[in-house]
Write a protein that binds this ligand. Structure first.
Ligand code: HEM
Length: 377
C-alpha cells in the first residue's frame, strides 16, 4: 500500500513511542531507587538506627557531622530520647554506626527527589510529554514528598515516650512507599507502545493487587511490633494451627494491630489466602485462553508468590536475620510491581483520543496508517 504525503511525513513521528523511551527509562530508574530506599529503610529499622537523628532539617541535614563537636552534639541529642537513655551503654563509635544508616536513608530520599525533579523539567522543555502527562507525574512527585513527611511523622513517634516508632506510623510509611512504587510502574508501563498480541485482565487481577497491598500493610505491623521475633515455628504457631490468645486485648480490634500473636497470625492467613487466590487465577486462565500475551505475567507472579512465602517462613523460623528480612521486604515490592505490570499491560486504554494516543505513542504504526486512511475517505 502506497503512503500519501501526509502519511509519509507522519511516519517518523509515528515512532512517537521512542520519544517517550527516555521518560520510561527514567521512571523505571526512579522505581528502582524507591526499591533501594525501601531496602535501606528496612536495614535502618532492623539495625535499630531509625531514631539516631532526632531533628528534621530538610536542607542542612544533607551535611553529616563534620567535626568531633558536631558528632558530640548529635550524640547528646540522641541520649536525651528514651531509646538513647535505654542504650546508655553506647559509645560515640556505636552511635556513629547507627547514625550513618539513618543519614543514608534520608540522603537517598533527597537524592530521589532530585533525580525526579531535574529530568522532569528537562523532558518538559524538550516537549517529550505535554501537561496531561505532566500532571500525574507531578502527582507522583507530591506523593514522594509526602512520603518524606510520613517518615518524619513516624520517627517523631519514637522521640518522646516510646523507645521505638509506632507500628501504625510504620505501616502508613511502608504503605505510602508501596503506593509510590506501583504508581511509578503503572505510569511507565502505560507509556509502553501497545503490543498487538495482548489480552485483557479484569477485576480478579485488581483483587490480587489489593490482597498484596493488604499483605504489605500486615507485614509492616509484624515488623513494627517485632512480631517475627516470637512464635518462630511453622506451620504451627504456639503448638496449634489457630493459637490461643488471639483476643487477649480488650477491645478486640486492638488485637489486630497491637497483639504480636494476632498480627503474625493475620500475616500468615493472608499469605495462605494469596496462595489460594493465585492458584485460582492460574486455573481460571488455563481454562480461558492460556498464558499467551499479557497472561505470561501470571505464572511468573505465581512463582514470585511461592518464593515470597518460602522466604517469609525462612525469615520467621530463623528469627529475622537482616539478610532474609530485607529480601522478604524487597520481594514484596517486586511482587506488587509485577502484578501492577500485568494490570497495566492488560487494561485496555479506553477513552484515549487518537490525538492523545499519537502523542503518547500507544497506537502502533499499522493502526495509525489505517486510521489516517479512514479519515481521508
Ligand atoms: C504473599 C506473601 C507475603 C508477603 C507479600 C509478605 C510481605 C511482608 C512485608 C511487606 C513485610 C514487612 C517488611 C518490613 O517492613 O521490614 C513482612 C514482614 C514479615 N513477614 Fe511477610 N509476607 C508474606 C508472607 C509471609 C509468610 C508466609 C511468613 C511466615 C509464615 C512471613 C513472615 C514475615 C515476618 C516474620 C516478617 C517480619 C520481618 C521483620 O521484622 O523485618 N511473611 N512481610
Amino acid at each position: 500500500m502506497a503512503l500519501s504525503a501526509t502519511e509519509q511525513t507522519a511516519t517518523p513521528a509515528l515512532v512517537a513511542g521512542d520519544r517517550l523511551k527516555p521518560v520510561r527509562i527514567w521512571l523505571y530508574c526512579i522505581a528502582l531507587l524507591v526499591l533501594a530506599m525501601v531496602v535501606v529503610g528496612g536495614a535502618t529499622r532492623l539495625t535499630e538506627s531509625g531514631l539516631s537523628i532526632t531533628s528534621w532539617k530538610p536542607i542542612s541535614g544533607t551535611i553529616p557531622p563534620l567535626t568531633d563537636a558536631d558528632w558530640q552534639a548529635e550524640f547528646e541529642a540522641y541520649r536525651q530520647i528514651p531509646q538513647g537513655v535505654q542504650n546508655s551503654w553506647m559509645g560515640i563509635e556505636d552511635f556513629k554506626s547507627i547514625f550513618w544508616w539513618e543519614w543514608a536513608h534520608r540522603f537517598l530520599g533527597r537524592f530521589i527527589g532530585f533525580a525526579f525533579a531535574v529530568p522532569f523539567v528537562v523532558f518538559l522543555f524538550q516537549k517529550r510529554f505535554n501537561w496531561s502527562l505532566a500532571a500525574p507525574l507531578g502527582g507522583l512527585f507530591v506523593l514522594g514528598g509526602f512520603q518524606g513527611f510520613l517518615g518524619w511523622w513516624m520517627v517523631s513517634s519514637g522521640l518522646s515516650e516510646l523507645t521505638s516508632v509506632s507500628q501504625y506510623r510504620l505501616a502508613a510509611h511502608l504503605f505510602a512507599a508501596s503506593l509510590l512504587f506501583i504508581a511509578l510502574i503503572w505510569v511507565a508501563r502505560r507509556l509502553e507502545p501497545a503490543k498487538a498480541a495482548g489480552g485483557v485482565v479484569g477485576w480478579p487481577v485488581w483483587g490480587m493487587l489489593g490482597m498484596i497491598m493488604l499483605q504489605i500493610v500486615a507485614g509492616a505491623f509484624v515488623a513494627g511490633l517485632d512480631a517475627g521475633m516470637g512464635y518462630n515455628t511453622w506451620p504451627l504457631m504456639d503448638g496449634a494451627l489457630i493459637p490461643r490468645g488471639l483476643d487477649v486485648i480488650d477491645p478486640f480490634w486492638k488485637n489486630l494491630f497491637e497483639n504480636a500473636l494476632t498480627v503474625q497470625f493475620i500475616h500468615r492467613m493472608i499469605a495462605y489466602a494469596v496462595v489460594i487466590y493465585a492458584g485460582w487465577l492460574l486455573w481460571r486462565q488455563s481454562r480461558h485462553g492460556g498464558f499467551g500475551g499479557v497472561h505470561g505475567w501470571l505464572p511468573r507472579i505465581a512463582a514470585l508468590i511461592g518464593l515470597q512465602v518460602v522466604l517469609g517462613i525462612a525469615t520467621l523460623v530463623s528469627m529475622v536475620p537482616i539478610s532474609l528480612a530485607l529480601g522478604h521486604q524487597a520481594l514484596a515490592f517486586m511482587l506488587a510491581g509485577a502484578v501492577t505490570g500485568y494490570l497495566a499491560d492488560g487494561t485496555p486504554r479506553r477513552g484515549v483520543s487518537v490525538k492523545r494516543a499519537l502523542i503518547l505513542g500507544v497506537i502502533p504504526a499499522k493502526a495509525r496508517i489505517q486510521l489516517s486512511g479512514r479519515r481521508k475517505r
